[in-house]
Design a binder for this molecule. Structure first.
Ligand code: ME8
Length: 640
């Protein structure tokens, strides 16, 4: 029998700003499913990446005064770094600026055109650059897109159109024949209603945007960013390349995981593009809910995001991975609260998991000399453990990971109750008479915990590994098939015990949060390009900065901005400095003012006048604002 495959994707994230907890959520959940399917013995391909074209990126880069690709390179490094910290096990990372992607986009457009579903026309409408889309008239009020809140502009331009209207019936048929293709059910209904309301043709090229993939055969047009972006799911597999083997093996996707904000693009446009290109459709598109903070969606544009790197640094990746998977009923919105995170950490991780493990392990060490008994009989806990595996599988396959976790935590609580009832500490006091019961109790607890360690792997890979080592079962199979036979740990030796999750002092941590001290963002690591632009303290020490007092000033003839200054630096002679500050200051106002001077600058001539130094000034809207000490200081005083 050939190995079952599972292809899972995340959205590709825009590079107009740094990643936040919303992006992290989708990627962590995708990672959890990827790891789960590997645990089931399937051949998994897990893709994530970045969406780098379009007006939004172009504008962000322009605002920072850098080319779009520089901005993309910088942000991509942050994403990669974050995914590493979070132990994301993606098999590939696609960037839409890569050649392999451009080739695939041009290929799919070629196929759609050959099938007659593209035509040239003129497009006029309200365009919302923030949302990267034209928005219907009904969605525009006071010059703004009601949905995104961004301003809109009237645009008319020649454009290629995709005959989306022709796909209405085929889409409806696909939805009706595949009722699980869009999940959860509420989103399926939403999409169905939308398509039943009628579809208009879609403009898929832009002349108003420069930063994008050239539209095949049309020099001036770039490909509409969503047609470009959605194609990532097949370009990464080598669609249209000389080696399409991965495409043949893994397409169609088993699960496109996306936030509900981009459901329409994935459930209407994407399948229609694929139909037009004669390609198979994805099996499931799941639209999860939003993380909210103070009732607003966390988003880069609203600026109310939690920076995940800080939370990971403080608490580690696993607690956050667990919290997100457990706290949010998959598919619904949820509120992110620090208090909620800390409470779950203590109750679920420090207490339920950490304490059950540490008390079982320490008693097995103390009462059984660290040896797991040679037989672990079937009993009430073995039945619960096997039932839990079934329930866990059902919930994971049914895309209810929070329920899968609930089941595992129920098993933990059963194990705890079993220990409490058997009272191993009392059995140990009975000596030989209590030995058999003692061995059964602790052997059962250890074996139950081994089951837990298998099931938490997708959620908390590092914790699962640590627990398995402590249980002494590191080399035993850890997949859901062979690893979940009851009794496998019998006869093994425990590893070294150590607390998995030390309790957090919630009141103290919340107080620190409130005072802002703990909330400080960690300084992100500089990127390579930032690093190469950095100087050392020795470099800086080469610059001699001194306080000076301007004694004389006059405009340089025929120059609009240059002023010739004689500056007192506490030296025998006044220093002549020429400064381009004439648009902000008039010469007569300058004598008597104190300034900061770069005193060891090589002399230069400006409009024929020698200048032996430079004034420090801030640049405010292009105009100079001279910097000066806060109080009068003797001329010549050094500045450090
Ligand atoms: O939309 N809660 O990129 P994007 C939960 N490039 N998830 C959230 C979230 C929140 N508050 N905020 C963002 C794009 N997300 C396009 C996608 S795909 C071919 C192109 C997650 O950077 C969620 O998965 O704006 C959402 O769909 C995605 O980030 C949007 O990321």
């Amino acid at each position: 029998m050939s190995e079952k495959k599972f292809y899972i994707t995340t959205p590709i994230y825009y590079v107009n700003d740094m990643p936040h907890i919303g992006h992290m959520y989708t990627t962590v959940m995708a990672d959890i499913f990827a790891r789960y399917h590997r645990l089931c013995g399937e051949k998994v391909y897990f893709l994530t990446g970045t969406d780098e074209h379009g007006q939004k990126i172009e504008k962000s880069a322009a605002a920072q005064g850098i080319p779009p690709i520089k901005l993309a390179d910088r942000v991509v490094e942050r994403y990669r770094h974050l995914w590493e910290l979070l132990e994301i096990s993606n098999d590939d990372f696609i960037r839409t600026t890569e050649d392999r992607h451009r080739e695939a986009v041009q290929k799919i457009i070629g196929r759609i055109r050959e099938n007659g579903d593209l035509y040239r026309g003129d497009y006029e409408g309200w365009y919302c650059a923030g949302a990267e889309s034209f928005v219907p008239d009904s969605q525009v009020e006071d010059g703004r897109d009601l949905e995104s809140g961004y301003p809109v502009e009237r645009l008319s331009e020649p454009s290629w159109f995709f005959r989306l209207s022709a796909f209405e019936d085929r889409l409806l048929e696909w939805y009706r024949e595949n009722p699980d293709c869009i999940q959860p059910r509420s989103r399926y209904n939403e999409v169905l209603r939308f398509v039943e309301g009628g579809l208009k043709d879609l403009s898929v090229s832009r002349v108003s945007v420069n930063w994008g993939i050239p539209f095949p055969g049309e020099e001036e047009h770039v490909v509409y960013v969503w047609l470009d972006a959605l194609t990532n799911y097949i370009s990464a597999l080598g669609f249209g390349s000389s080696d399409p083997s991965k495409f043949e093996e893994f397409w169609p996707a088993d699960l496109h995981l996306v936030g509900k904000d981009i459901l329409r693009f994935h459930c209407v446009y994407w399948p229609a593009f694929l139909m037009a290109a004669g390609l198979p459709l994805p099996k499931t598109i799941f639209g999860h809910g939003w993380w909210m903070r103070d009732d607003a969606k966390m988003s880069k544009s609203l600026g109310n995001v939690v920076r995940p790197d800080y939370l990971i640094e403080k608490f580690g990746a696993d607690p956050l991975r667990y919290f997100m998977a457990r706290e949010m009923a998959f598919g619904q919105d949820s509120s992110f609260s620090d208090q909620g995170f800390l409470e779950r950490f203590n109750s679920d991780l420090a207490n339920a998991l950490g304490n059950t493990a540490s008390r079982s392990l320490s008693m097995a060490e103390r009462f059984l000399g660290g040896e797991i008994p040679s037989t672990i009989p079937d009993n009430a806990i073995s039945s619960v453990a096997l039932e839990t595996v079934e329930l866990y599988r059902k919930n994971m396959s049914g895309l209810e990971p929070n329920r899968a976790l609930e089941a595992v935590w129920k098993l933990l609580s059963e194990i705890n109750g079993f220990i409490q009832e058997a009272q191993p500490w009392a059995l140990a006091r009975k000596g030989e008479e209590g030995r058999a019961a003692l061995e059964e109790c602790l052997g059962t607890a250890i074996e139950g915990l081994r089951f837990v360690s298998i099931m938490i792997q997708p959620f908390m890979p590092s914790t699962a590994e640590k627990l398995r080592i402590q249980l002494g079962v590191g080399e035993l199979p850890m997949d859901l098939e062979t690893g979940t036979r009851w009794g496998l740990s019998a006869g093994r030796r425990l590893g070294k015990t150590e607390a998995l999750f030390p309790r957090i002092d919630i009141a103290r941590t919340m107080k620190a949060f409130a005072s802002g001290g703990e909330k400080k963002q960690p300084q992100p690591k500089p990127t390579e390009s930032e690093e190469s632009a950095m100087i050392t303290i020795d470099d800086f020490a080469k610059i001699q900065l001194k306080v000076g007092t301007i004694r004389e000033a006059e405009a340089v003839p025929k120059s609009k901005k240059l002023i010739r200054l004689q500056v007192d630096l506490g030296e025998e002679e006044l220093r002549q400095v020429v400064a381009g500050i004439g648009d902000a200051y008039s010469a007569e106002d300058l004598p008597g003012r104190q300034v900061i001077i770069v005193a060891n600058l090589k002399p230069a001539k400006l409009m024929g006048v020698e200048s032996r130094g430079m004034l420090l000034a801030a640049s405010l809207e292009g105009k100079a604002v001279l910097l000066a000490p806060g109080t009068e200081i003797p001329p010549g005083t050094g500045v450090r």
